[in-house]
Design a protein around this ligand. Structure first.
Ligand code: AMP
Length: 179
């Protein structure tokens, strides 16, 4: 299957067009590097764009979608592999198992939850895979500022903070995935 990046990103139809374009750019770049994509298995929004572009570029795509969301997120049966699971927890576990690296794009609460789970487990040395956040347009600026503040107040260890790599463009985000 080759090097696989698991991508977390927004799933709502209401996100700005520029973020759909960003997701497509990420998919295209994953394919250009000869890598594979694991993602949430839906066709909607950024999720759909990253997979469509990755596939168009020749990348293998593995989608993981809970049965209950198959309609809402429009399960992508064009995926090379579409794994339909029973629960959200199972989805996260399967997406995690497929990853050589985790890349988080702009997203909402679901995306944040996925990011925090792989980041905290990395900081507890439960895995050693890169955890990368692609932050454009200051989407996560408030969150990062707050996390840094938590560090200053002694709630986030420097090593834990350092385990999250923040990149501001697609190419450096993917470079960080390969470290
Ligand atoms: P959002 O960032 O809220 O648009 O959500 C991005 C993706 O995360 C969507 O595909 C959601 O279905 C998914 N998601 C939301 N909550 C969870 C969860 N608890 N476990 C796994 N995936 C989730």
């Amino acid at each position: 299957m080759g090097f696989t990046v698991t991508v977390y990103c927004g799933s709502l139809r209401t996100v700005p067009q520029s973020y759909l374009d960003l997701a497509a750019e990420v998919g295209k770049e994953i394919a250009a590097r000869g890598w594979s994509l694991a993602w949430g298995g839906g066709r909607t929004s950024m999720m759909g764009e990253v997979a469509r572009a990755a596939r168009e570029g020749g990348a293998r795509t593995t989608g993981v979608i809970p049965r209950a969301l198959a309609d809402r997120e429009i399960a992508d049966f064009d995926a090379d592999e579409l794994l339909v699971v029973d629960t959200m927890r199972e989805r996260k576990a399967v997406m995690e198992a497929h990853a050589d690296a985790f890349l988080t794009l702009p997203g909402g609460i679901g995306t944040c939850e996925e990011l925090f789970e792989v980041w905290t487990s990395r900081s507890l040395a439960m895995h050693g895979k890169p955890v990368v956040l692609l932050d454009v347009d200051g989407h996560y600026a408030g969150l990062i500022r707050w996390l840094d503040e938590l560090g200053e107040r002694g709630f986030v260890a420097p090593a834990a903070r350092a385990a999250l790599v923040v990149a501001s463009d697609v190419s450096s985000a993917l470079d960080a995935c390969a470290v």
